[in-house]
Design a binder for this molecule. Sequence first.
Ligand SMILES: C[S@@+](CC[C@H](N)C(=O)[O-])C[C@H]1O[C@@H](n2cnc3c(N)ncnc32)[C@H](O)[C@@H]1O
Length: 323
Amino acid sequence: MQRLIKKEDIPRTLWEPDHGRIHLAPDLIHAWKSLLNYSGLFEKAHLPVPKNLVGGVTKEDTDDHLAWRFSGSSARVQLGILDPRGNLSGISDAFARIFSGGTVLIADLPCGSGAALLTILSTIAELRREGRLPREPLYIKVVGGEISESARDYAEQAIGYIKDSLADQAIWVSAEFISWDVLNRFSTADLSTKLTLTGSDCTARLLILANFSGFLQADGKWKAAKQQFESLFMHCRNNESYAIWIEPPTNTVLASGGFFGRLIGWFNDRFSTLRTPEDPEPIKFESLGQCSAKVQHPLREEHQFDVGLVIQRFDLPKSGARA
Ligand SMILES: C[S@@+](CC[C@H](N)C(=O)[O-])C[C@H]1O[C@@H](n2cnc3c(N)ncnc32)[C@H](O)[C@@H]1O
């Protein structure tokens, strides 16, 4: 099937085909550099990434992620949106359709410092700037849920740095970042209410979940969290609405009994029994999208790094869904 943004039409400002190399979108680089200045982490971000970086929710963990992992998280999302090797079936078209115009809800969970949503906005803006997507008026309502207060603050700041540049491409953004604990039913109910209210006049919805497996794989967390995801996924039942989950291709994500196996098993169990013949087939583990590429480091001209991703689009049964 013909893709909406063909591989050969991806601008060289985002992807260099001869070197198989990602260049992060200009607005994203501006947002990241501004955040590094704001947080006093500019020097730290030039240092090599420590091998034993574990991650967590303290201010120090958030700062380490911003300095050392943010560009990798962003590159992973950009690779998913562009699918420059053409092996991530249906992902790039989902992004192109959702962001073609109108009023769109993005729920970024957990949003961290905003790497996923900033990458989506910056990449769509660059595709418009380079004439690969039409500049139809696009109103985006962002809801970021995140447990770390400092990460929420960074995400909010970062949107402010690129708002004007997005508006130049007819993309107008409003954003709210709310405290959310995936293990807490009440906190998830509050988030769910926020998504219902914010998304009520939206023509398309994207639930983006990125780089959360490290936390969810640890001691029994998935078991405690999965019922919360059930209510969150329900927000993607309408037409032009998807949940997209992106993780690094680590052993714990891909092994049999690993994170994606459990996620797909859970999804099929909870939602595929509700499908009608018009709805998509249950998801097969073998059809998971995988891709890798080089990334030009945005701060160190001489440095490039590798990024890989595993990605899955989840389409919920649409029978009875609103247009
Ligand atoms: C590896 S970061 C990924 C953030 C973002 N999605 C990205 O791709 O950059 C994982 C995030 O999960 C957040 N987190 C950890 N425990 C959480 C919980 N119980 N509820 C919600 N978020 C949590 C952390 O604060 C951190 O920002």
